[in-house]
Write a protein that binds this ligand. Structure first.
Ligand SMILES: NC(=O)c1ccc[n+]([C@@H]2O[C@H](COP(=O)([O-])OP(=O)(O)OC[C@H]3O[C@@H](n4cnc5c(N)ncnc54)[C@H](OP(=O)(O)O)[C@@H]3O)[C@@H](O)[C@H]2O)c1
Length: 358
């Protein structure tokens, strides 16, 4: 398993990290899955107060093996004032006196951004947790399809938080089907400030686990399954420290952990060449910035355009299910007045969206 330095924390973490969000899916297999992942070389484990029974499963599984793990959890997001209490609830469930990394969870919109950064807000609580020795390092995490608000996209908010230079680690969504396009500015900016970069949502919620699409000839010389290709792609970026993979069975742990060893066997120039091959496929015009949302009558244009592009450009047939349900709503629509004026790509937004259903 390749190990990478988690930015300024100096921690050496496994290139594949254990995503703990899905441990409730097969509770009877949770302990075996965690143990299999540790046995396969994983040492970085990610969970959150919001992931149901995940922390408790991990606490049970790590009994006697805590020293083998670098453990991260995230605060509940309902209210920044509960950030510290959230960690105090997590620690006994995790069976530990302190975690290695504590995140503010899902800083996805302007309200959460303000909550995080205001005096006495979530960041202050993270810093207090660190000062009290309840965590060694602090981070901030994001989901995908982030809203455009107060003149800023989700990527703009990520960049603004990186610029504060207060977080040791940033956790961002990224996959072969690019949604927020973090690779263009966010990853290099974090790397330049020596901030660890952890990736979530690596298979676009399972979309990339069952179909190769057009990626097969590029990745098949190295990996055995589409899911492995999706994980490997992200590890080709030198700025990426760790890719979190949501594992719910020991078999999935075997398959996904293997990618951490596979990447180690690929020489750096070959990694760069693979990235160039994927880049050469291009991307659709919609950057999921969300600027058009106020004008589209509740129709989620970034979702439709992204999943349509995944189907058309990348040949992922299952992507259609992710936007087909909006067909009648889109076809019945006669105007997105105002949307074209704000679209940074300058396209006729309604015409483009209708084309997805042609
Ligand atoms: N805002 C945040 O902070 C945030 C947001 C999202 C995620 N995360 C973190 O990132 C981790 C990874 O995200 P995720 O769990 O959503 O995504 P993921 O690892 O891409 O898993 C998503 C889906 O892929 C399936 N899958 C995974 N490996 C597979 C394989 N080898 N073969 C077939 N199917 C496979 C899973 O199936 P099963 O359902 O069968 O397990 C699951 O449905 C999370 O567990 C969590 O720790 C953080």
């Amino acid at each position: 398993m390749e190990r990478r330095r988690l930015g300024r924390t100096g921690l050496q973490v496994s290139a594949i990290g254990f995503g703990g969000a899905r441990l409730d899916e097969h509770p009877d297999l949770a302990m075996a899955t965690v143990h299999r992942a540790l046995d396969r070389g994983i040492n970085f484990i990610d969970t959150a107060r919001a992931y149901g029974g995940s922390e408790e499963h991990l606490g049970n599984a790590l009994r006697g093996r805590r020293a083998q793990s670098i453990l991260a959890t995230k605060a509940l997001i309902e209210d920044p004032d509960t950030t510290l209490q959230s960690l105090e609830t997590s620690l006994p469930l995790l069976g530990t006196d302190a975690v290695d990394l504590f995140y503010a969870h899902a800083c996805d919109n302007e309200e959460r951004f303000a909550w995080t950064m205001r005096p006495g807000g979530a960041l202050a609580s993270l810093e207090q947790a660190r000062a009290r020795g309840l965590t060694r390092f602090i981070g901030i995490s994001f989901n995908h399809f982030l809203p455009f608000q107060d003149g800023r996209s989700g990527v703009d908010r990520m960049k603004a938080l990186i610029e504060t230079d207060t977080f040791d680690v940033i956790q961002v969504p990224f996959s072969l089907i690019r949604i927020e396009r973090v690779e263009q500015e966010v990853l290099p900016m974090a790397a330049a400030r020596d901030i660890g970069v952890v990736i979530n949502f690596p298979t676009a919620d399972g979309l990339l686990t069952r179909e190769w699409g057009v990626f097969r000839p590029m990745f098949e010389p190295y990996v055995a399954t589409p899911c492995q290709a999706a994980l490997l792609y992200l590890l080709l970026y030198p700025e990426v420290t760790c890719v979190l993979s949501g594992m719910s069975t020991p078999d999935i742990a075997d398959e996904n952990c293997a990618v951490g060893s596979i990447v180690a066997s690929i020489p750096v120039p070959v990694r760069a060449d693979l990235l160039r091959q994927v880049d050469a496929l291009g991307l659709g015009p919609c950057r999921s910035c969300g600027r058009c949302a106020p004008y589209t009558h509740g129709i989620p244009v970034p979702q439709i355009m992204t999943y349509h592009d995944a189907e058309r450009r990348f040949g992922i047939q299952a992507a259609r299910q992710r936007y087909e349900s909006y067909r009648d709503q889109v076809m019945a629509c006669s105007s997105f007045e105002g949307a074209d004026a704000v679209c940074p790509e300058g396209f006729d937004v309604l015409a483009e969206v209708k084309r997805a259903y042609a």
